[in-house]
Design a protein around this ligand. Structure first.
Ligand code: PGA
Length: 252
C-alpha cells in the first residue's frame, strides 16, 4: 500500500517569522483534522530551524528545497546536506524545474546531489517533468526516461525506499493550468514502468509518485483518485492554511 504523501513547496515565500507561525498553525490543524496522509513542508533555508522547532512533536516532515552537491568547502552561498541534518532536516527536494531552468542544474548535477543525500541517509523527492515544447513535439516519454535514468544513476535497489518522484509538467507550474487527471496518470504510469525496468516491479509498485503543478483544493480529489497518483507537491496553494488543509484532508 502506498500512503498518500502531500508536500508543500514554499519556494521563496514567507519570512522566517511568518513561516514559523504558519507551521505551528498547520501542525495543530493537521492534528485536529486527523489527517491520515503523510505531510511535508519545504521552507527556505533560513526558515528551516524555526519551522523544525514549530512542528516538533507533530508528524509533519520538514524538507529543504535544494542543497549543495558537496559536503563542505569553498562553495560560497551554498548549504551542505550535513548542515541540514544537523538542524534535523533529513528530506530534500532535488531537481525542481525552477532549479533546472533558472540555475542551470543538469541531470548529472542532480544525480550527484541525489547520491550525496542518500549517502547521508536522507530522503529525496526527485522532480521530473517536460516543458510544453517537449510535450507538443512528442518527447514526453523520452524526457522523463532521461531525467529518471540519469537522476537515479548508481542509486542501489536497497536505497530506493529513500526516493519519491514528483512528476511536475513545467507548463503546469504556477500557471493555473493543471494536467488532466488522465494525462497525469499516464505520465505516472510511464514513470512507474521506467522504474520497474531499472529496478523491479516490487520497487516500482512501492514507489510514491507525486503530481505537482497547480494542485488546488478543487482538483486534488480527482487527481488523487487516479491509480498511479500517490501524492501532491504543492506550490502556491501550500502557502495558506485555508488552501493547504483541504488538500491534506482531500480524502476526508
Ligand atoms: P504550483 O507549484 O503548485 O504553484 O504550480 C508546484 C511546484 O512547483 O512544486
Amino acid at each position: 500500500m502506498r500512503r498518500p504523501y502531500i508536500a508543500g513547496n514554499w519556494k521563496m515565500n514567507l519570512t522566517p517569522s511568518e513561516g514559523k507561525a504558519y507551521a505551528s498553525a498547520l501542525a495543530e490543524a493537521v492534528k485536529k483534522a486527523g489527517a491520515d496522509c503523510r505531510v511535508m513542508i519545504a521552507p527556505s533555508f533560513v526558515s528551516l530551524p524555526g519551522v523544525v522547532e514549530a512542528v516538533k512533536g507533530s508528524d509533519i516532515t520538514v524538507s529543504a528545497q535544494n542543497m549543495a552537491d558537496h559536503l563542505s568547502g569553498a562553495y560560497t552561498g551554498e548549504v551542505s546536506p550535513e548542515m541540514l541534518r544537523d538542524i534535523g532536516v533529513n528530506t530534500v527536494i532535488l531537481g525542481h524545474s525552477e532549479r533546472r531552468q533558472y540555475y542551470g542544474e543538469t541531470d548529472e548535477i542532480i544525480n550527484g546531489k541525489v547520491l550525496l543525500a542518500i549517502s547521508l541517509k536522507m530522503e529525496v523527492i526527485l522532480c521530473v517533468g517536460e516543458t510544453l515544447e517537449e510535450r507538443e513535439s512528442g518527447k514526453l516519454e523520452e524526457v522523463l526516461k532521461r531525467q529518471i535514468e540519469v537522476g537515479l544513476k548508481d542509486v542501489l535497489p536497497a536505497e530506493m525506499d529513500k526516493i519519491t518522484i514528483a512528476y511536475e509538467p513545467v507548463w503546469a507550474i504556477g500557471t493555473g493550468r493543471t494536467a488532466t487527471p488522465e494525462d497525469a496518470d499516464a505520465a505516472h504510469a510511464f514513470i512507474r514502468r521506467t522504474v520497474a525496468a531499472l529496478y523491479s516491479d516490487d520497487i516500482a509498485n512501492n514507489l510514491i509518485i507525486q503530481y505537482g503543478g497547480s494542485v488546488k483544493p478543487g482538483n486534488v480529489r480527482a487527481l488523487m483518485a487516479k491509480e498511479n497518483i500517490d501524492g501532491a507537491l504543492v506550490g502556491g496553494a501550500s502557502l495558506k492554511l485555508d488552501d493547504f488543509l483541504p488538500i491534506i484532508t482531500f480524502n476526508k
